[in-house]
Design a protein around this ligand. Structure first.
Ligand code: P6P
Length: 279
């Protein structure tokens, strides 16, 4: 799988460069989930497609910006599902955004998710690779991703990242969020899941939630290239990732490429609380 990781590193470096000077306006098109595409969404998708489709191990690409899976020339057994630029609507306010990759062996099924990778384009360009452990790398002056540290979640954290329109939250979710703030948790939410989840991972714990809401009863975040890659990472780092019934996200039945799910990611104390509040 090293070839795939190396291909992702190359694409991430190219996207980091593109973000600095490219036009961050909107196109006239929408993606499969109805989001109006930014020129940077399309450019990032093109960069990743060009880079990964050359890798023989890769047989198919699934992207937030592509309606359907794209079969590529490789005769390998890996499917790479990715969000090319998560949080892209925040580039115009210069917030940290990133790319998210799930690497599936054989078919697009949570049980076949064998590795996850994500990048964060912030003051530094960082990369997290999760296969047998969760490792953080930072782009150095020589243009290489240098190993920085292994990432582990503690039993409990202090951060509460609360997604979704609050007027659309149900009572159980409202009570869960309030109980954490009543315990002194700090609100940390930027609107880019990749950056919000990265912060909780690097600070050692907390809760990120994007619940079912009245306007998004099945949640907003996409399973194959957003939710499941982070569920894999959080569990490997010693945390938990569940849906709004407290069930493991990595056991969900994935039927459609752009399928969404309510999602809760966090350390043990917080996810135990989620299960108790939502039961
Ligand atoms: P809301 C970004 O568009 C995104 O897909 C995730 O990165 C982020 O967590 C979520 O949507 C933000 O959605 O409804 O809170 O603005």
């Amino acid at each position: 799988m090293k070839e795939i990781f190396d291909g992702i590193k190359t694409a991430v470096k190219d996207i980091a460069q593109a973000l600095k000077y490219s036009d961050f306006g909107y196109t006239a098109n929408q993606n499969a989930t109805g989001d109006t595409q930014l020129k940077l969404d399309v450019l990032s998708d093109e960069i990743i497609t060009k880079t990964l489709s050359k890798i023989n191990l890769v047989k198919e690409l699934v992207s937030e910006e592509k309606e359907k899976a794209l079969k590529v020339s490789g005769d390998g057994e890996y499917i790479v599902a990715y969000d090319p630029l998560d949080g892209s609507s925040l580039v115009d306010v210069n917030f940290a955004v990133g790319s998210i990759f799930g690497i599936y062996k054989g078919s697009l099924n949570p049980a076949n998710l064998v590795a996850s990778v994500y990048s964060v384009y912030g003051p530094r360009t960082e990369l997290v690779i999760a296969k047998d452990k969760v490792e953080l790398f930072r782009l150095d002056k020589q243009g290489d991703f240098a190993f920085a540290s292994e990432l582990r979640l503690k039993e409990k954290g202090k951060l509460n990242a609360t997604g979704g329109l609050q007027k659309g939250w149900d009572e159980k979710h409202k009570n869960l969020i309030k109980s954490l703030f009543d315990e002194g948790y700090r609100l940390r939410y930027s609107g880019a899941m990749v950056s919000d989840l990265h912060q909780i991972l690097l600070k050692g714990g907390g809760l990120f939630s994007y619940p079912a809401t009245s306007d998004a009863p099945k949640g907003k975040l996409r399973l194959s290239f957003e939710v499941l890659p982070f569920a894999f990472i959080y569990e490997l780092a010693g945390g938990y990732a569940v849906d709004n019934e407290g069930k493991r996200l990595l056991e969900i039945n994935l039927e459609k490429v752009h399928q969404t799910s309510p999602c809760y990611f966090g350390s043990k104390y917080e996810i135990d609380k989620v299960k108790a509040c939502l039961a």
